[in-house]
Design a binder for this molecule. Sequence first.
Ligand code: HAS
Ligand code: CU
Length: 552
Amino acid sequence: MENQNMFRIEDRVAKVALVFSYVLLLLGGLFGFLQVLSRAPGMPRLETPQLYYEGLTLHGVALAILWTAFFIVALAVFVITRELKINMNAPLLRGGCILAVGGSLAGAVAILTGQATVLYTFYPPLQASPLFFIALAVILIGTWLIGAAVIEAVWRWKKLNPGKEVPLATYGVFTTIAMWLLATPPLAYAVIARSIPMSIFNAPVDVLEWRLWFWYFGHPLVYFWLVPAVTIWYTIFPRVLGTEVYSKTAAKAAFMLYLIASVPVGLHHQFVDPGVHPVYKYLHTVLTYLVAVPSFITAFNVIATLEKAGRMRGGKGLFGWITALPWGKDPVFTGITFAIILFGIAGFSGVVNASFNVNYDVHNTAWIVGHFHLTVGGGVTLTFIATSFLLVPLLFGRDYVGKKFLIAVPTLWFVGQLIFGIAYHIVGLLHAPRRTYVAEAGYFNDPNLLNSLHLVGQWIPWLQLGAIGGVIFALGGALFLLLTFATIFRGPRIGLSGGELQISPTPGPATFFDKLGLLALIAIVIIVIAYSLPAVEIYSRGLSPAPPYWPS
Ligand code: HAS
Ligand code: CU
């Protein structure tokens, strides 16, 4: 109980962020369900073309940008307070939360009223109403306040505990927030200095300049989602299995690499963009391979941890440890393991994307949609869902409702994502486009055209299979949200946990990895090298602003 009183404000912020994240998951998930069916020929057409693009925008913004971010805020606040046992700066936290929630609601209104059909990447020349871009700026400022509260708390703790190692979970949270703070300033510049004037005065905007700064942000954004999931794989996951991560040092090395290498790679989203020198694109390809290294380290570390846990349970021989794990019994273990497997598959399609020349074959196809559903929708979201089974009771003091159904949630999510992910990767190789209402396209409704475009006909079964996968994991999501909202509002009270939260391995003395300021500095130096070159190229050539285009 005493912890609850000590962290009253922090817990309230974490609870608001968590509930809001679930509302966003519901909203974004609903449109996902509608569009996966609608865009598959021969499946129920549940959306008009206009609603498809509005819904796709909401789907991306609500899920990719906001569901993840709000869940991460809740996790960060909970981990920092419990692990470091210190309070966080209340005005920063509260102010940040109000701005982020308020901005998100305003942005959602803009999208739902058709004033911002610009997809989750919102780059020009697509025009939206000022409400949308101002909402984005407000959200960014809110996240900076929350980020400042996290950094300040970790810094204060380090001062109070000289010579002590930062605990692993806090280290992961710090890496996440530091990446966000490094990644967002140029985006804020592009939104405030370019998009807001564009939306108010119809001012022309240079598309390439904007895209450069969007992808400067857009890549670390994906690691901002991944690193908290990896933090859970290194801390909560081994605890669920009654052990600790196999190698704490390798875990910290992975976080360090994520921190220093996740920003200077954004050009791998712009391989097909004209006006950026190929040498810079090659540089970003090489750095992208560097940022895949911590994920390989993670693969090794997580599997070694699983082997340790399996052998502790009496598993023998080369594979006996696998069958000794609590398969099908523990929803947290099952969910996180499934998440890791989905991420493993998507990691390999990521390495394909990163290869400068191979990328031309998959860019802007459904392959990319398969890739990012298995990463952020599979690896990250399923980890967050499984962690909710522990976090919700701890924060709300209520026992989960319908415990015997919980195992169905990760199972449906895994099977559905697997089917969807494989189908979309394959249909992408057949060059089905992403972000297109294909079922309404002329070629599907004209048999002569369909016959002459031989690849297009082959899309149909894969799009239909993708729709089946989408419906299966939508069911898993619906069950999760039903049980979770029932728990939050009606679950049997179990009292709040007053005990310590021991999720990280026992910290030892400080090491090189604890020089957080130095690591942030190294990250900044690499970013400057990787981005000054294309920036100088673009600015020295001179900008060529183009008029915005209002999608309708
Ligand atoms: Fe990515 C596009 C490259 C990781 C998310 N990515 C996207 C987009 C999103 C996204 C949202 O280079 C679309 C953006 C848009 O709207 O246009 N990505 C990579 C690479 C990696 C990678 C090299 N992506 C992620 C993660 C994401 C994410 C993580 C979210 C959380 N991605 C790209 C590129 C593009 C791209 C290009 C642009 C493409 C284009 O043309 O537009 C890597 O860092 C991945 C490394 C991971 C591994 C896996 C290690 C395995 C583990 C599991 C162990 C378990 C095992 C058991 C072994 C190397 C940790 C499983 C067993 C199996 C069955 C395998
Ligand atoms: Cu990327």
